[in-house]
Design a protein around this ligand. Structure first.
Ligand code: NAD
Length: 462
């Protein structure tokens, strides 16, 4: 068949259209097939973002807050459906918390020094395009709070989300871009790839245009990021103990600890993972947990069965992470009423259900002689993560000693762990707690770098 001019033009048009499709977001704002293209798009949008006024950035953040509130239920349902982990009501609360308490541009402040020799300002500016790796345990929560903080600082962000939570993460990425577009801002303030893999993660980590990487996840990813040769923010694993001594309000301690432990089926990294109780009050604590807080006591045989299921072959069984106590118990043939929300038992600190970070509503209690033994036991159980630890005591000296010894990014005293996220506690919320690298609860200022601007011998008007 002879090829005439108009056929050639049609073929050229078709090829051009396909090429455009390949580089355009595939159906969602900020979603690309190729990691390099995603980074390129974030780079382009960052050039616009860095010239935006703080006021414009704040307007976009306020729309992200509104959309987060409006979509809290959808995001919560998507997260549970896609990952099979956590529960919808608590995930709704987590999104509301993000909308209300993740700081925006107000977090970025300027330091000024003025004196005889003039005026010096230290201003906090953007890094540029930040790489972010996010977990499946709080997928959209992390995408949202990372974007808000990073964008407030004048950055754009490239996400490599957990593959098991990609739909939920994409929904959040799309949402923040829509917020920007709604306010006349650029598309692609946050981008991601359709199919995140270790390869796309490696491309991101090695990319010359990404100066900073924030990793939220287990020890593997934090170590990978800290070995990348780039500046890294490492928000790693925890195994938070809750110590209860004889001075505590035992009934309240039982309530706070079980509330914290069962929040979103124990998915938050800060949630109580085991209890260390001084012997003289241990039985009383157990009494309240069983009779008032919906805990279910398992015997030694059941502990073995549960261990075999949740740590199958010695490895964390992902199918059990973030499941309810009722579902976990059903896996070992125990049927309980719906009001059972936590599984408990007394055990040694080395018990696998106590020493491993399970992220399930299972609270083993280690009985100790006194506060001193409790302190040493809690420190051992925290495994040097320096992430989170909690204490129930009315003795200020002991609380101080515990805080110094455990040296964690978060320490909640006489409350549920989630008070540290601003839920029933003061201060900000984040789902990226930089335990390994020491920034603590991350916020906009964490994602900025300091610039000193000096005027010699002028502008000091004192
Ligand atoms: P995970 O470590 O399996 O995955 C986290 C992310 O890292 C995912 O995107 C995953 O794809 C990626 N990843 C894993 N190994 C990697 C590697 N070697 N190189 C590059 N990327 C890699 O964790 P998860 O199951 O999604 O989340 C639970 C873990 O994360 C728990 O240990 C929990 O304590 C921790 N966590 C910590 C924080 C915090 O703020 N410190 C917050 C949430 C979760």
């Amino acid at each position: 068949m002879a090829v005439n001019e108009s056929m050639v033009q049609d073929i050229v048009k078709e090829v051009m259209a396909k090429m455009q499709l390949a580089s355009a977001p595939t159906g969602n704002h900020g979603v690309f097939q190729d990691m390099n293209e995603a980074i390129e798009a974030a780079k382009k949008s960052q050039k616009i973002v860095r010239r935006m006024s703080m006021d414009q950035r704040e307007q976009i953040i306020s729309v992200i807050r509104r959309k987060t509130r409006e979509n809290a239920e959808i995001l919560a349902r998507m997260g549970v459906d896609e990952t099979g982990m956590g529960n919808v009501p608590h995930k709704i609360l987590k999104h509301q918390l993000v909308a209300e308490k993740v700081p925006g541009t107000e977090d970025i402040t300027t330091q000024a020094f003025s004196g005889d020799r003039g005026l010096t300002l230290v201003e906090m500016g953007p890094f540029g395009v930040i790489g972010a790796i996010t977990p499946c345990t709080n997928p959209s929560e992390t995408v949202l709070c990372n974007t808000m903080g990073m964008f407030a600082g004048g950055n754009t962000v490239v996400f490599n989300p957990h593959p098991a939570a990609i739909k939920t993460s994409i929904y959040a990425v799309n949402m923040v871009n829509e917020a920007s577009l709604e306010c006349g801002g650029p598309d692609n303030i946050a981008v991601t790839v359709e199919k995140p893999t270790m390869e796309t993660s490696a491309i991101m980590m090695k990319h010359p245009d990404i100066p900073l990487i924030a990793a939220t996840g287990g020890p593997g990813v934090v170590t990978a990021v800290l070995s990348s040769g780039k500046r890294g923010i490492g928000a790693g694993a925890g195994n938070p103990p809750a110590l209860v001594d004889e001075t505590a309000d035992i009934r309240k301690a039982a309530e706070d600890i079980v509330n914290g432990c069962t929040f979103d089926n124990n998915l938050p990294c800060i949630a109580e993972k085991e209890i260390v109780a001084v012997s003289s009050i241990a039985d009383e604590l157990m009494y309240y947990m069983l009779n008032e807080q919906g805990c279910y006591l398992i015997n030694e045989e059941q502990q073995k069965q549960l261990t075999d299921v949740v740590l199958k072959g010695g490895r964390l069984n992902r199918k059990c992470v973030g499941r309810s106590a009722k579902v976990l118990l059903s896996m070992i043939g125990i049927d309980v009423p719906d009001n059972i929300r936590c599984i408990t038992f007394f055990g040694e600190k080395e018990h696998p259900l106590i020493t491993e970070e399970l992220m399930m509503p299972i609270l083993g209690i280690v009985r100790v002689k006194d506060f001193e033994e409790g302190l040493a036991t809690a420190k051992w159980l925290e495994h040097g993560n320096r992430h989170s630890a909690h204490i129930h005591s009315k003795n200020v000296d002991r609380i101080t000693e515990y805080a110094r010894e455990l040296d964690t990014a978060i320490l909640v005293k006489n409350g549920p762990s989630y008070a540290a996220l601003g839920f029933g506690g003061e201060s900000i919320c984040t789902f990226t707690i930089a335990s390994r690298t020491g920034e603590g609860l991350t916020s906009a200022k964490t994602f900025t770098k300091a610039r000193r601007c000096v005027m010699q011998d002028s502008l000091c008007i004192r």
